[in-house]
Design a protein around this ligand. Structure first.
Ligand SMILES: [Zn+2]
Length: 89
């Protein structure tokens, strides 16, 4: 398995990055459920086509936070989307 030398902490779907590792340095999913878009890393987000489809549904549904209590008062959707790793945009 190739080493990518970097972990992924930003959600591939919505870009939320709270520092928790979603994919390790080998690209192995850690099955962490995103508290924003509610996607679980490793479930349905392993191809860019799937990622875009899930993101489309999420945004189309109003880009809701699964756990609204965790939504920052000054939350900025476009700023968060900017966290999405280039290869998953
Ligand atoms: Zn997410």
């Amino acid at each position: 398995m190739p080493t990518r030398n970097k972990t992924e902490t930003a959600c591939r779907i919505c870009g939320l990055d709270d520092g928790e590792v979603l994919f390790d340095e080998y690209g192995v999913p850690q099955y962490v459920i995103c508290e924003c878009c509610h996607n679980e890393s490793g479930i349905g987000d392993d191809t860019v086509t799937q990622v875009r489809e899930l993101r489309g549904y999420w945004v189309g549904d109003g880009a809701q936070w699964h756990d609204p209590k965790r939504k920052p008062a000054d939350w900025d959707l476009l700023k968060q989307i900017g966290n999405i790793p280039t290869e998953w945009r």
